[in-house]
Structures are given as C-alpha cells and as structure tokens.
Ligand binder design. Structure first.
Ligand code: HH2
Length: 280
C-alpha cells in the first residue's frame, strides 16, 4: 500500500523512513541534468523509482545548483506540464520543487500533493497562503543567500543553531499564513550555502532540528561535499557514500531522504531498520 501523507507527516514520531526520489525535468541539474528532460524519459524514471520503493516523487523544473540562473514560472510550467499529471496518476505521493506560487498552483491543480520550497516562502511569500488554502503540506528548507552566489563565502558562527533558528522563524511565518506546523517538514538544505564542515555539522546535528517538532528531510544525495569526502568527481559515482549520509542522518532523527538513487537507499534503510528493530 502506498505511503500516505499522514504516514509522511508523522514519520518523526513513528520512525518510518520515507524515500523521496528526485525527478529533475531540467536540461542542467548538477547530477541528472538532461536525463529526464524528455517527458517520456521522466515518466519512465518515475516508474522506475516507484518500483524501487519511492514514497514520494519530487518533480522540479529549475536547477538550484550553485551558480545557476533562475527559470521563469512560464518555463517551469512548460517543463512539468507533460510529466506531472502522468506521475500523479501513479500510486505515489508527488511533490513540486519550486519557489514560485504560480508553478506550485499549477502543480497542485495537476495532481501534486506537497510543495517543496527551497526558499521556505521567502522568494514568493504567496506560496505560504497557497499551501494554506489548498491544505498542501509544505517543505521549508534553509538556504544562505541565493543559488547564484550561495557557495561564494558561506559563514556561520554556529551553523546548527542558526539553521534551527531560521527554520523556527519560517515555521512561524507559515503558521501565520495558515499552514500549521503539523503540515510542515523542515530541511537544513545540505549544500545550499554550506561548506563541507557545515554540511557535516548539520547531518550530525539533525536531532536538534527534529526538536522543532516536525519531520526532518535531508538531501545529501550526490552533492559536492560527498565528492570532497570521497574523491569521487562524478556525481554518479557518489551513490554508496550518499546512502551512508542518509543512514547517518536517519540514525540521528531525520526520516525523509531526498535522493537520486531510490533502490540503493531503500535497500540500505530496510537492512538498517531490520537490524535496529531485530525483525524484518
Ligand atoms: N536539493 C536540491 C533541490 N531541491 N529540495 C530539498 N527540500 N532539499 C534539498 O536538499 C534539495 C532540494 C538540489 O539537488 P538536485 O535537484 O538534484 O539538483 P539541481 O538543483 O541542480 O536540479
């Protein structure tokens, strides 16, 4: 049976591990750019992720890799239009990875269930009211600066405390707009304005974010810090290390994992849970 929104939104209490497969309908994403730009390939990719055990398919039409330029709402909609309704017909929860209200509204109308906003409602504040009106769960992510410049010189005194304070403030902003914390998920934004040591501190400190009372999502998959730790230059060669990062975060309280490699992540989580619980 498919994982429900309720299962996802209570995962921090139940300990259920939720796998979100990344489907970038873009020509230029850092790890899978172009792979799913063709609509048929994108739907095929979603089917494969579903067969491998994805609970959520996260569809995005704008790369937010360091240095990237913005993509207009009209172009994002043009990219997701032939893909999202097809994926929404499958037995899987769909999230839309966008910071723009117009794109999120289109996606919800086309069958998306969750809004994944990497700007946490700062780019286009109307997205918070949209989530409230449509009772759509909302992912609030931390980012320092903007994708264009975020990796130029990120600096924190205490990265975990600062990210936690930011997320608490964005949870309050969402609640003021009508989205209660019970419908929010927080995310430290691995790689978004962070150096290697910041990413490691946040993965190690996810327990402090979990104390905000919502599920914590992490997206370490194939990112640059994994390459820095392992010496693997090509994102496609960073799969085992990405899985390890998810397990380490799960161990510390994160329950939702945004990944490019659903099968390996699901297998590893299954074994980890079986050993931890002493049963399959
Ligand atoms: N990372 C990316 C995009 N969206 N959303 C959340 N909530 N958390 C993340 O860590 C996150 C995200 C970047 O990865 P990807 O989509 O693969 O690359 P690109 O931005 O180049 O499309």
């Amino acid at each position: 049976m498919a994982t429900t929104l309720e299962d996802i939104l209570t995962s921090h209490r139940t300990g259920r591990a939720v796998v979100m497969g990344t489907l970038n309908v873009t020509p230029d994403s850092f790890s899978d750019g172009g792979q799913y730009f063709d609509p048929a390939a994108a739907v095929g990719g979603a089917l494969k992720m579903l067969a491998e055990g994805a609970d959520i398919i996260d569809i995005g039409a704008e790369s937010t890799r360091p240095g990237s330029d913005r993509v207009s709402a009209a172009e994002q909609i043009r990219r997701i239009e032939p893909v999202l309704p097809e994926v929404a017909r499958l037995d899987v929860t769909v999230s839309i990875d966008t910071t723009l209200t117009e794109v999120a509204a289109f996606a919800l109308d086309a069958g998306a269930d969750i809004i994944n906003d990497v700007s946490a409602g700062r780019d286009d504040p109307g997205i918070l009211a949209l989530a409230a009106r449509r009772h759509a769960p909302l992912i609030l992510m931390h980012m320092l600066g903007q994708p264009k410049t975020m990796q130029e010189d990120p600096h924190y005194e205490d990265v975990v405390a600062e990210v936690r304070d930011f997320l608490a403030e964005r949870l309050a902003a969402a609640e003021a707009a009508g989205v209660p914390p019970e419908r929010c998920i927080v995310d430290p934004g691995i790689g978004f304005g962070k150096r290697l040591e910041h990413n490691l501190a946040l993965l190690a400190g996810v327990g402090q974010l979990a104390s905000l009372g919502t599920p914590v999502l992490v997206g370490p998959s194939r990112k640059r810090f994994i390459g820095e730790l392992t010496g693997q230059d090509s994102p496609a060669d960073r799969v085992p290390a990405s899985v390890a990062a998810c397990l380490a975060a799960y161990d510390r309280g994160a329950t939702i994992f945004r990944v490019h490699d659903v099968g390996p992540t699901r297998q590893a989580l299954r074994v980890y849970q079986a050993v931890r619980d002493g049963r399959s």
